[in-house]
Write a protein that binds this ligand. Structure first.
Ligand code: FPP
Length: 238
């Protein structure tokens, strides 16, 4: 593979990179392993991804870990994913602290298993002062649900005659301080957004990579950033 790292312009690094980590199931199937083995291998990618992202100066990485539609999978896969998430945070908390990662979580809280919700809350709280990078784990997340939850929250406290603006809408999101996404990466060769960060992706550059998530390496991130740097971002202007 070409050495993409050396061609990266350090002055044009995306502030917010969002990733749809797709292909764990196909990776496992190819290796005649269980789908959960694929998810486990997928979780192992996150630590090196943090290191590469920090070294590039990326400010925020959003990871689509569990979608509102993933509940439709077999119960054993769903419970396996919840256990994996809890185990990930339990076993990585020291490393996350050492690396200066601030963990935030986007998603609807209802339906989260109590054990997973508990560990998530403790990681959010113990990393809130970290400043090296923000890792936004999207868990029980759907883009439409985020907008609906936000509108309903706002309606609840709306004063008579008050109208909703973009600025007020942003304040209703799960993690209001997150900037718009600059670069969306989806692995596994699928060309879809799958209900991910619909509002925040409005002007994102989309890069689709033909690699299954468990095989994702720093080289793939470098390649996606090189592709991003070739794009002419006009935000609707000319
Ligand atoms: C998509 O692959 C991936 C998911 C639905 C879950 C993503 C979860 C992980 C990467 C592991 C756990 C994450 C953390 C943060 C610890 P797929 O199952 O849809 O793959 P397929 O399309 O090949 O079947």
């Amino acid at each position: 593979m070409k050495n993409y790292k050396d061609t990266i312009d350090p002055d044009n690094i995306p502030l917010h990179v969002a990733i749809i980590m797709d292909g764990n199931g196909r990776w496992a199937e190819k290796k005649k392993l269980s789908r959960l083995e694929g998810h486990r291998k997928g979780a192992d990618i996150i630590e090196p991804l943090i290191d590469t992202s920090v070294s590039l100066g990326i400010g925020v990485v959003s990871l689509f870990a569990f979608s509102t539609e993933n509940w439709n999978r077999p119960a054993s896969e769903v419970s396996g994913l919840w256990e994996l998430l809890a185990l990930f945070f339990e076993s990585k908390i020291d490393i996350i602290q050492e690396k200066g990662v601030k963990v935030v979580v986007s998603g609807a809280r209802k339906r989260l298993p109590a054990a997973t919700a508990g560990i998530i809350d403790s990681v959010i709280s113990s990393t809130k002062k970290n400043r090296k990078i923000v890792l936004n784990f999207c868990i029980n997340y759907g883009g439409r649900q985020e907008i609906l939850d936000g509108v309903n929250r706002w309606l609840h406290k709306r004063k008579e005659g008050e109208v909703l603006t973009e600025k007020k809408m942003r304040q209703q999101f799960y993690v209001p301080e997150l900037p718009d996404v600059d670069l969306l990466i989806r692995t596994s060769g699928e060309y879809r957004i799958s209900n991910y960060m619909l509002w925040q992706l409005a002007y994102a550059e989309l890069v689709f990579l033909d690699v299954l998530w468990p095989d994702f390496t720093s080289q793939h991130l470098y390649r996606a950033i090189c592709e991003y740097q070739k794009r002419d971002r006009r935000f609707g202007a000319i």
